[in-house]
Design a protein around this ligand. Structure first.
Ligand SMILES: [Zn+2]
Length: 408
């Protein structure tokens, strides 16, 4: 038996130097990758001239040291891979360049759909987002597994495996639906307390329905995130004990105070989704509720988003970064951080929201969102100093996902 002192993971968190027997796998030389850069953001604060070492998919060292490294990245900032807590990675434009299955449009083959989703995943990963929470796609299980296995290039996927629309279902039926999602392997429950913004975004469920969904989710050990636009729908979601409020386009002082009191996460999507709809209006118009009236709702909302975000920021809400990225928006996720800074957030706060705070909102704060020994090796580098100029988040120069360099 050969023995060696090697770093070992304890409960996925702590690194200890333990005397352990070498297995056949470990007796092979574990490739150690080391990165050096002028600056490092560790998920909470900035540091200068730091080295990060990675072995076996985990970070094993972060600190200042002399000596050789495998990747001297120079005048860049190393940081945790970014996390987007609200995406629709499956949404894409069809072969006719337009959104949605139209009666007069081309039929999409499964292969065309797969190719489009793979392109979205790749664009998102290369834009520095190494984890996404995808909310609404039933088919995510296969994508999640393929990315985890390394056979599909993309960010790691946290998924609701579809979405739970209360409609006219009874509380018992909704509880059963939550249990079915859990049994199918969902990481989170996605539900609705209001209509779409294109339909006015008002409360459209009963308190009993939301109570059933969010309390059953909690009983099953799942988080529940809720689409809610108007103050009544936000209030109902908070009262039901749901974990995270999405959108909140019409959040007022009362809704913000309720979210603060309950300490829920609030994910206002202020920088990408509505802007992307307007930029690609011709591609969406005519599908479902993408009508002229629906676009009017969205266009009116855009200038109100920054001020609502600033109010929520001043109130001290916990706001992980989420974009609600749809067709046309994938790979532009960092626009959300830029919009937040434009609306009044300090750049360091925007960086935290895209890394350690986002990981915390996913219940993954001990494995993702920070550069520290024991954390998973999802690491990126961006040009310059994003704590001075947040737009640098859109200039990604290096991506490591699950300990593997995928772009440099
Ligand atoms: Zn969404």
């Amino acid at each position: 038996m050969r023995w060696s002192i090697v770093p070992r993971m304890l409960a996925g968190l702590v690194v200890c130097l333990c005397l352990v027997p070498l297995s056949a796998h470990e007796s092979q030389v574990v490739e150690r990758i080391s990165l050096r850069a002028a600056r490092l953001f560790d998920g909470t604060s900035m540091h200068r001239n730091m080295v990060v070492e990675v072995a076996d998919g985990r970070i094993v060292f972060v600190g200042a040291r002399d000596g050789a490294v495998t990747h001297d990245l120079g005048d860049v900032t190393i940081m945790p891979g970014m996390i987007d807590v609200h995406t629709h990675i499956d949404w894409h434009f069809g072969t006719d360049g337009r959104y949605g299955n139209r009666p007069d449009g081309p039929r999409e083959t499964p292969e065309q759909r797969e190719t489009a989703i793979a392109a979205n995943l790749r664009a998102t990963l290369l834009a520095g987002f190494t984890t996404i929470q995808n909310l609404g796609n039933r088919g995510d299980g296969a994508l999640r597994d393929a990315v985890a296995a390394g056979t599909l290039l993309g960010p790691r996927i946290v998924s609701s495996l579809g979405q739970l629309s209360p409609r006219d279902r009874t509380p018992d039926q909704l509880r059963e639906a939550v249990r079915a999602s859990k049994a199918a392997g969902a990481d989170v429950i996605k539900t609705f307390a209001s209509g779409s913004i294109r339909d006015g975004g008002t409360l459209n469920v009963t308190q009993e329905q939301l109570d059933a969904i969010c309390s059953e989710a909690r009983a099953q050990g799942l988080r529940a995130v809720v689409h809610a636009h108007d103050p009544d729908s936000i209030a109902a979601a908070v009262k039901a004990g749901c974990d995270q409020i999405e959108h909140g386009v019409f959040a007022d002082d009362r809704a913000i105070a309720l979210m603060k009191d309950a300490n829920v996460f609030f994910d206002p999507n202020i920088g990408l989704v509505l802007q992307n709809y307007v930029e690609n209006k011709a591609k969406f118009l005519g599908a479902g509720n993408y009508t002229d009236e629906g676009f009017a709702f969205m266009e009116r909302a855009i200038p109100t988003l920054g001020p609502i975000f600033k109010k929520a920021l001043d109130a001290g809400l916990r706001m992980p970064l989420g974009t609600d990225a749809v067709a046309g928006a994938h790979g532009q996720n960092a626009r959300e951080a830029v919009a937040r800074v434009n609306a009044g957030q300090f750049p360091i706060g925007a960086l935290i929201s895209a890394t350690s705070l986002a990981a915390e909102s996913l219940g993954l704060k001990t494995s993702l969102g920070r550069l520290a020994p024991g954390y998973l090796a999802d690491i990126i580098a961006v040009s310059g100093d994003p704590s001075q100029d947040i737009a640098m988040l859109r200039s990604v120069t290096f991506v490591m996902a699950q300990g593997r360099v995928v772009s440099q």
